[in-house]
Design a protein around this ligand. Sequence first.
Ligand code: C2E
Ligand code: MG
Ligand code: MG
Ligand code: MG
Length: 283
Amino acid sequence: YTKQTGRNGYTFYNNEMNEKSREKLSLGNDLHKALLHDNFLLYYQPQVDVQSGQIIGAEALIRWKHPEKGFISPAEFIPLAEENGLILQMGEWVLRTACQQNKAWQDAGYEPIRMSVNLSMHQFQQKNFIESILRTLEETGLQANYLELEVTESIAMYDIENVIKKLDILDKAGIHVSVDDFGTGYSSLNYLRRLPVHTLKIDQSFVRDINIDWDDTAIVNSIITLAHTLRMNVVAEGVETQEQFAFLKEHGCDRIQGYLVSPPVPAGQFEQLVKKTVEGVTL
Ligand code: C2E
Ligand code: MG
Ligand code: MG
Ligand code: MG
């Protein structure tokens, strides 16, 4: 009797696994097609300077509109692209498109802003990583200091000397680097102290409960202090309310990003936002 249920349980589990991996495989194929047919979009989320209220940057975020399933979240397809290697081509497309867009805005006469691009560790680890970044800047005509690369704390899992070497080259070239989702990973302070990075981005999970959860409020405060102690800038992600904004401003956070200002939007809508902030009505 127990054997029987055991076997049924196993079979059921097995079918579910097959179903899952079939789905994954087919989504992986669709991802490949999307890359071939240029079916991705790039959205831009404004980054606002807390003191001036002006838009001083944008984070480029990839969007995929699946022909049948509609928009699929990057949280779902980025890990898949990392598994099947498509992330490299996808990452190149994102970088190029983001640089081109930023240059086009400058050429159109908008106040220059810095464009942040999320990097996968797979990209960072590529042998020709530095060359490919520099080549993209050259080909798009964007100046290095208008590009920011976002890495995650998982960078701490790799050979530190090698990581520092690469970050140093980027730094010398004038490219900014920020640590995304800061506080959720495992980087030690000793490690962080040695990295030539310019900015810490406080993860939105801490920002969400500012003034609600005492621990999270204290953590946000500590990260702001830590960043400034290490002579870095600090950005709060996922800012949705005036209360969160007021707290961040009072505690010296440099920049914010979040639905309070705007969700990520297509380039055309981003331009409208910039025009509005120039008139001073964002916050
Ligand atoms: P991330 O880099 O930490 O990006 C911030 C995420 O928070 C974005 O989700 C953004 O839409 C969302 N967000 C912004 N403001 C708010 C807010 O006020 N409230 C809430 N609840 N959410 C907010 P998105 O676009 O779905 O991206 C998810 C993650 O996928 C990104 O997290 C990033 O790790 C990854 N990703 C997105 N685009 C790319 C890309 O081009 N390349 C790579 N390698 N990863 C990407
Ligand atoms: Mg990011
Ligand atoms: Mg983040
Ligand atoms: Mg992230």
